[in-house]
Design a protein around this ligand. Structure first.
Ligand code: HEM
Length: 246
């Protein structure tokens, strides 16, 4: 049963994520709408996107507290996920010794940041007003994943060997013997739920950020004529290569 659920979730995640990214990549941007001040070269846009992804630049300019909570959560999540690679890689490179401790600290930081983000949605009237049920549920789901993970780390140690062989069997499509630890099963089922819902949710900002016209366009409408792709397809008389200077 768990095996079936695991493969269904994996399939939905991989196909759904790929399909959404394909749709983003093929959705025309009819207007030149970079948020200014914006870079005027492709190298500048690459740098802008990099700083956006690495440091959450625009959020930092917008609200320092939200930035702090959001940034801490994502940074901690990244470290936790890197540490989790040890359940999927055999033999494990020596380098992973160094993320061992960092991963545990990051787990605590991740749960702390999620609690902060949840309390913010309840307490800040302006944010409460624009929050949907999905906003709360995602925070709660991530919290449940984090808390069950921490419980395994600090209270009820699971059989890591059995978990690792199950995970390798899962991702190499060879099947697995379901581990018996109840807490792990809960942690894993919550993760599967997250994977199955991911492509249909706001978590798709992971892929979407790279296709956002306000971030990925160069501010060069005077140098290069921006042609609405829809106008091209109905034969409005100009091509994407046509440029006007000055
Ligand atoms: C199939 C994927 C996953 C597996 C097999 C898995 C398994 C585990 C296990 C066995 C532990 C206990 C750590 C230990 O005792 O060494 C753990 C901890 C934890 N997990 Fe997961 N987990 C998965 C996905 C996730 C995801 C997607 C998140 C976050 C959204 C997450 C968050 C955590 C946290 C915060 C901890 C506690 C800190 C730590 O040990 O790193 N897990 N996980």
């Amino acid at each position: 049963m768990l095996l079936l659920l695991a493969y269904m979730a994996l399939g939905i995640f991989v196909v759904g994520f790929g399909w959404r990214v394909w749709r983003y990549a093929n959705t025309p941007a009819p207007l030149k709408i970079p948020t200014t001040p914006a870079p005027t070269t492709t190298a500048g846009v690459t740098w802008r996107l990099f700083t956006e992804v690495a440091f959450f630049n625009s959020l930092f300019k917008g609200n320092k507290w939200t930035w702090l909570g959001g940034y801490l959560f994502h940074l901690a999540l990244a470290v936790v996920l890197v540490r989790h690679l040890r359940y999927f890689i055999e033999p494990l490179p020596h380098l992973f010794v160094y993320v061992e401790m960092a991963g545990i600290v990051a787990g605590v930081a991740m749960v702390g940041a999620l609690l902060f983000l949840l309390v913010r949605r309840f307490l800040v009237a302006r944010i409460r007003f624009i929050s949907s049920m999905a906003d709360y549920l995602w925070l709660l789901l991530l919290l449940a994943i984090g808390i069950t993970g921490l419980c395994m780390q600090f209270a009820a140690r699971p059989d890591i060997i059995a978990i690792k062989s199950a995970m390798i069997g899962w991702v190499t499509l060879r099947g697995f013997v379901t581990p018996t630890d109840g807490l792990f099963i809960l942690h894993f089922v919550l993760v599967l739920l997250m994977m199955a819902l991911f492509p249909f949710s706001k978590l798709m900002h992971l892929g979407g950020i790279f296709f956002s016209p306000t971030r990925n366009q160069t501010d060069n409408p005077r140098e290069v004529k921006h042609v609405n792709p829809w106008a091209e397809s109905v034969g409005a008389g100009f091509s994407a290569k046509e440029t006007s200077r000055g």
